[in-house]
Every structure is written in C-alpha cells, then in structure tokens.
Design a protein around this ligand. Structure first.
Ligand code: AMP
Ligand code: MG
Length: 574
C-alpha cells in the first residue's frame, strides 16, 4: 500500500498503514481520504483472497506449492507468458497521474518484498524501544587491540597548527616548524675564565705572554659600550662571560698570574706578571656563534619541548619569541550513571549509590599525560540528558572521554546516543581485551562556532574503574598524541622479568597492572598489584606498568619475560 501511494505522491511517506491478524481476521488500516483509501485497497485487493486463506489457517505448504508464479497467476496479477502487466490494464502503464499508478513500472514484481524473517532482523538500538527490543548480543564486531589501534590512528583528526609564545606553557608541545636561530650564542667574544685578556700570537713580532703587564682596563660581565682597543704589551682584567676588548686574542687565567704592583690607594691592580709563555691565540675565548650560529636550524618540525627544559632553554637562548606548534587537544571527562554520585558528597551511601571514581582518576591521568582536562560532571542515564551534555561538551572540548553506559543494559545509552542523536560513527564498540571489552571509539561531525566542520572524538570507556584507566592508557592516549603531533604515539613497550607466576587469559589480551622497578641485574622487573578485577581501582595503586599478557599460554612463570607498557616513573630496586 505504501509503495502504491508513493507512486502517486512522495507525501505518501507521511502515511502509517498497519496490517495485522487478530484470531483469524485480517485487519488492514486504510487512509481516511476516500481517494487514498481506494488507491490503497486497490493495491492489495488481488492478494486478499490468498491472505484471507492464510489467515483462516490453511496449510501453508499446500497454499504455496506452486510458488509465487502460480500465486500471481491465481490472483490475476500475471498472464501466462505475458509481459509484466498492470493489474489495471485499462490505464496506460506510464500514466502516473493519480489513482491507479500503482508503481508497476518495473513489472509485475513491484510489490514490496521483505528479504528477512523477523528472527533475522536486528533488534533495535533505539533506547525508546525498551528492554524487550534491545540487542541481546552486541552488534559491534569484536576487534583485536591492534585493529582497534589502527582505527584510532585512521579516524583521529590530523593535528592543527597554532602559534605559541616561548614560555613554560610550551612544555609538552611539538613543533610544527623548523626553528632557526635569530641570534648567535654567544653574541660577542666572551671569556671562559676569570683572568686577563691579552694579545697572544706565534708571530715573531708579538712578545711572549710571559712577563709583567700593565692592567689598562676592566671588563665585567655586564652590558656596556665597546671598550678601547687593547694594545700589544697591555692586559685587561676580565671576568667569566665578559666581552673581550677589541684586539685581545686570548685570556690568561688568574691562577697563572701574580700581582706585581697596585695603585696608591691600594684598591686597584697596577701591574701583573704572567707566569707562562704558553698562552695560545683563542685560548679561553668563546667565539661569536661557537655554541649556536645565527641562521642555524636549532630545532626541527616534529621535535618536542620536554619538561626537562633543554629545548625550552635552547629556544630561549637565541631569543625565539614565538613558535608554531601542534595544538594540544582539550579533553573533557564525563561520568555516566544514575547510581554515580560525586566522590566527595558527604554522608553515607544510599543503597545502589557508587562514588564517582572514574572522573577524578581520568582527570588526573589526562593532566599527567600533559593535556588540559575539563570536568564535564556526571550525566544521568536519561536519554535526553546524555545527548544534551555531549552536545554542550563538543562546544568546549576536542575529545570527550566518558565512562560507563557501554555495556549491554537497557540504560547503556552511549552507543545509541552517539549513533542516533549525534549522527556519529562508531568505529569500534567491542575489543577483545581484559579489562575493557566494551570500549567504544567514535567520531561525531560538529560545526564549530565559526561555522567550520570539525570532527570530535569520543571515547566511551567501560564503567568499571580499572577498565576505564587501562583503556585510557591503551586507546585514548595514542589519539591525544596523534592530535598533538607526538610520535611515536602511546606508551613505550619494554621487556620485563616477572617476579611471580601470572595467570593469562587465553581468549582476550589481558593487561595486568604491575609495579616496574630496576632489579639488581639492572633489568626491569614486574610485581603484580594483586587482584585484577575490573572494578578494583586499587589494582592501579602504585602501578606504573601494564603487563601485556600473551593469549598463547595459560600461565607465565616467575622469571619469565613479558612485554610491558610503561605508564609512570620507573623506580630503582624495591
Ligand atoms: P556500566 O557500563 O554503566 O553498566 O558500568 C559498569 C560498572 O561500573 C557498574 O558497576 C557501575 O556502577 C560502575 N561505574 C560506572 N561509572 C562509574 C564511576 N564513574 N565510578 C565508579 N564506578 C562506576
Ligand atoms: Mg551505567
């Protein structure tokens, strides 16, 4: 009926015909308008005898024995050997003007046809459909950790470039340009020692540096005008880092000299004696640009500014004011669940309440990784609330990290909200790992305030705290790294020696929280943090590593070697 009406007018999409069987009665609902009712009925009337027979309980096998060919013939829908023909042959086939244009233009099989039985049809991910219609098995394919990481790499937006002042805020950023020195270091010929500037030369005409010399000038490490030219036979007292007077070639250390005479008031040196003839030209002098030459490339695109300070210092030393860097993403953290309450809410818990463990943990983990983290609070499990929270968050942050609401419960709304309300794409919704199976990664199209089309990244991590933190390190971090131009992405992987037997999961890749330390042999050893249940955030207490347990064997023994990801600072021997 719908198809027939659509052939008349596109507005047929507005109609809601329903058909069903109650007891042995076939019930059809027709539109209210007489014209529409007639058109709709005409489109099915030839099938009604058959439908009624079936509704009356006739044996289906007998009824269908001749196949659809016979059914169509019996219903007068098809003549033997005839070309497909309209059931209403008194009209021209191409006449689509109104009432009888029943969409037969593609031949006699134009009736809508279902290709699946109800058993084969997917359940609904529409939260409004209620628990009876929800998926009973996750419809998302189970990806390996490697495949999940490839999806993240593929769908994380490319880094954006921004300019940033050279100050402490630069730490953790990666350069998006080569930086050339705009000045030389040192910018002037500077003394390396405290002593006396002198003219030294192998030339016959130049007297030996050994002997008594008048102290004619003083050069301190301070800004000032250029001094007078030093002449042969004179010295100038000079301090470390001070500019050499013009004409001086070398500096003799104060240790190689003695005072010969002083001024009358006894406050100044008059003459000194240099005790050595071995002072070379250039000795104890840092030439202009000998550390950094103006115009040299001092840092390359892709290199990072670390917290240690070497790179910041290098940029600072040549007076770099501003650099182009990759913009670090701002990350929002949202907890979900009607049972979740702020961790610091005073008073006892009511039955069912759970203190928010994930939000504080993830906020600090993100900051610890060098990114700005924004607290998005706790969202209720009511569909509208979550959608609004996510929409608001997209205006404030580049990446949204949620926890909870990705399991199979009817109130697990993240996936449907991302797909249905936000029009996002879920790149994966299940990973073969332990903990963290329901981890979900999605991108959502978003129009910024300036009207630009962007793509926001959403990681929906599992609700159990240990799962949320493992999957943060494993999946969120590489994405944040890619967006900020950091390469290679993710945590570094090393081989470690086990301090005890560890059971492995033979089906899913398991990430076991451990304490890594440098052992007596100078190798890294791993000690389990104990119970690894995904709800136990205590498994992260003191943990600085994640063992990547193999699925190929049920057990690793004490002394065995295993891969581990380094999350935090490594301690020396326990
Ligand atoms: P869900 O995936 O929402 O069903 O959550 C799985 C489990 O994690 C449930 O026991 C939740 O109560 C728990 N959970 C969810 N979010 C948090 C949170 N922010 N802090 C502590 N536990 C949580
Ligand atoms: Mg929940």
């Amino acid at each position: 009926m719908l198809a027939a009406s659509l052939a008349v007018t596109p507005f047929a999409v507005m109609s809601r015909p329903v058909a069903g069987v109650r007891n042995n009665t076939l019930i059809l609902t027709l539109p209210g308008s007489p014209k529409g009712a007639k058109e709709n009925l005409q489109s099915v009337i030839k099938m009604l005898p058959h439908a009624c027979q079936q509704a009356a309980g006739m044996d289906s096998r007998t009824l269908h024995s001749g196949g659809t060919e016979k059914l169509e013939q019996d219903a007068g829908l098809k003549k033997e050997n005839a070309a497909p023909l309209s059931a209403h042959s008194h009209r021209h086939r191409n006449d689509s003007s109104h009432s009888h244009g029943h969409g037969h233009s593609h031949g006699g099989h134009a009736m809508p046809k279902v290709h699946t039985s109800p058993e084969e049809r997917p359940m609904s991910n529409d939260p409004n459909a209620g628990p009876t219609r929800r998926y009973r098995e996750s419809p998302y394919p189970m990806l390996s950790v490697e495949d999940a990481l490839s999806k993240i790499s593929e769908h994380t937006p490319e880094p954006l470039i921004t300019s940033a002042p050279v100050d402490e805020g630069l730490v953790g950023s990666v350069l998006a340009q080569d930086v050339t020195a705009r000045e030389s270091v040192p910018a002037f010929r500077a003394s390396i020692v405290d002593g006396y500037a002198i003219i030294a030369s192998k030339h016959m005409m130049v007297p030996s540096t050994k002997g008594i010399f008048p102290v004619v000038a003083i050069s301190h490490a301070e800004a000032g005008d250029e001094a007078d030219e030093l002449k042969l036979g004179e010295v100038a007292r000079i301090t470390t880092g001070a500019p050499l007077p013009p004409g001086a070639t070398s500096v003799v250390m104060v240790e190689d000299t003695v005072l010969r005479s002083q001024t009358e008031d006894g406050k100044e040196e008059n003459e000194i004696e240099i005790l050595t003839a071995d002072i070379e030209p250039g000795e104890n002098v840092r030439e202009v640009g000998s550390d950094v030459q103006s115009g040299d490339v001092i840092m390359k695109r892709g290199e990072g500014i670390t917290v240690v300070g070497g790179e910041f210092g290098l940029l600072a030393s040549v007076g770099t004011q501003e650099v182009e860097v990759y913009r670090k993403p701002v990350v929002g953290v949202l907890s979900t669940g009607d049972e979740v309450i702020p961790h610091d809410r005073p008073g006892d818990l009511r039955l069912g309440e759970v203190r928010d463990t994930n939000r504080p943990t993830l906020l600090t983990a993100i900051q610890g990784s060098g990114f700005e983290a924004v607290d998005l609070g706790i969202a209720s499990d009511k569909p509208g609330a979550l959608e609004q929270t996510l929409r608001d968050a997209m205006r404030r942050v580049d990446v949204i990290v949620t926890s909870g609401g990705v399991s199979m419960g009817e109130l697990d709304l993240l996936k449907p909200t991302i797909e249905r309300q936000l029009g996002g794409t879920i790149h994966f919704g299940r990973v073969s790992m332990k903990p963290g199976k329901p981890t979900t990664f999605a991108t959502v199209p978003f129009k910024s305030n300036t009207g630009e089309r962007e793509s926001k990244v959403i990681f929906s991590l599992p609700g159990n705290p240990a799962s949320a933190v493992v999957t943060y390190h494993l999946f969120v971090l590489p994405s944040l790294h890619k967006m900020s131009g950091i390469s290679p992405v993710g945590l570094p992987k090393v081989k470690v020696v086990l301090e005890q037997d560890v059971r492995c999961d033979t089906k899913r890749s398991e990430y076991h929280r451990v304490l890594l330390a440098v052992n007596a042999e100078g190798r890294l050893s791993a000690t389990s943090t104990g119970g690894q249940r995904s709800s136990r955030i205590g498994s992260f207490k003191g943990a600085n590593g994640l063992l990547c347990l193999p699925t190929s064997q049920p057990m690793l023994k004490k002394g065995d070697t295993c891969d581990a990801l380094i999350m935090g600072k490594i301690l020396s021997e326990l």
